[in-house]
Design a protein. Structure first.
Length: 315
């Protein structure tokens, strides 16, 4: 687990603009963002929705909770969930840093960043000494949310880190000076259980597992859980499972409903009440480079991610 520290970041932050823009307060018209009555009181798995209070306002920020958003299966909504959960957290006054830790750079692209043109990315921070973090952290279009971008260069990092001492803690050392300036750091992991993902798990406080409501997605969760257990035992004893998020849920299909029921049966209260349903809005937001909470703020998808944000804050 990463521990807080100040280092040169303190002088840099005091000398320049804040690391992030102040997180926006809740709207004066709280009804615009109050989705606590999110549809029926019964969730798709037949559970009664748990009462989740409105997050209290903060009088200060940091140290950040680091959450690795992880599943070795691709196409389950990791990047979509990272972007939209981060944006939803800012609506509750939290400062958020998103870390693109996938060489595909989908998180960066999803926020409108042409990462293949960048001179400095997360790759430089973890493989080179003396790279100023302020040259890599980028603001996003969402007030209170910043990005550590990535591109294909990161694919070389696993080979370069193999011979390094403490290679599993490289990301943790990189993020340490950033902890005091954010409330949440969300790490979008690549769809594998390689060294980069182990780095994310080794520095995380919790793991959020997006799980597509499809039978084959269930089969890989056992392997991921085994990896999490090993990281907890050998590298990060404080690592917990923040929750399992059902994604791409289609209530019209019996298959999706059955998978949802099996997930809840297997993992119980670890499964979030918030469920992310399929919607055409998500592909639109990717093209627009905006989170759904800004692109379609009244959509069911935006409401679901706000509900998820409340649950994450409460856990």
């Amino acid at each position: 687990m990463v521990e807080g520290g100040s280092g040169s970041m303190s002088s840099w932050v005091s000398a320049q603009q804040p690391l992030v823009a102040p997180a926006p307060p809740m709207s004066a018209d709280d009804s615009a963002f109050d989705d606590s009555a999110l549809g029926d009181e019964i969730d798709p798995a037949g559970r009664r929705r748990r009462a989740v209070p409105q997050p209290p306002p903060l009088d200060r920020h940091g140290p950040a909770r680091v959450v690795a958003i992880c599943n070795q299966k691709g196409g389950v909504g990791k990047t979509t969930s990272t972007i939209n959960l981060g944006a939803a957290l800012t609506e509750y006054g939290r400062r958020v840093l998103l870390v693109d830790f996938d060489p595909q750079g989908a998180l960066s692209v999803g926020l409108g960043v042409a990462s293949h043109h960048l001179d400095r990315t997360i790759y430089n921070l973890i493989t080179e000494q003396g790279v100023p973090v302020e040259e890599v952290v980028r603001p996003t279009s969402v007030p209170g949310m910043d990005l550590l971008p990535s591109n294909i260069d990161l694919s070389a990092a696993e080979v370069q880190l193999v011979t390094e001492v403490g290679r599993e803690q490289t990301l943790g050392r990189t993020l340490r000076p950033l902890l005091p300036h954010y409330d949440f750091i969300l790490v979008d992991c690549q769809p594998s259980l390689g060294l980069l993902t182990i780095n994310a798990l080794a520095c995380a406080d919790g793991v959020l597992i997006p799980l597509e409501c499809e039978f084959f997605s269930l089969r890989g969760v056992a392997l991921l859980m085994d990896t999490i257990d090993k990281v907890r035992e050998r590298l990060n004893p404080k690592l917990t499972i923040t929750g399992i998020l059902a994604t791409m849920y289609d209530p019209r299909t019996l298959h999706a409903r059955e998978v949802m029921a099996r997930v809840v049966e297997a993992f119980g209260d670890t499964v979030f009440d918030a469920v992310i349903s399929r919607t055409v809005r998500f592909p639109e937001t990717t093209v627009a480079g905006e989170p759904i909470t800004r692109w379609a703020p009244k959509s069911s998808g935006a409401k679901a991610y706000r509900a998820l944000a409340r649950e994450v804050i409460a856990r």
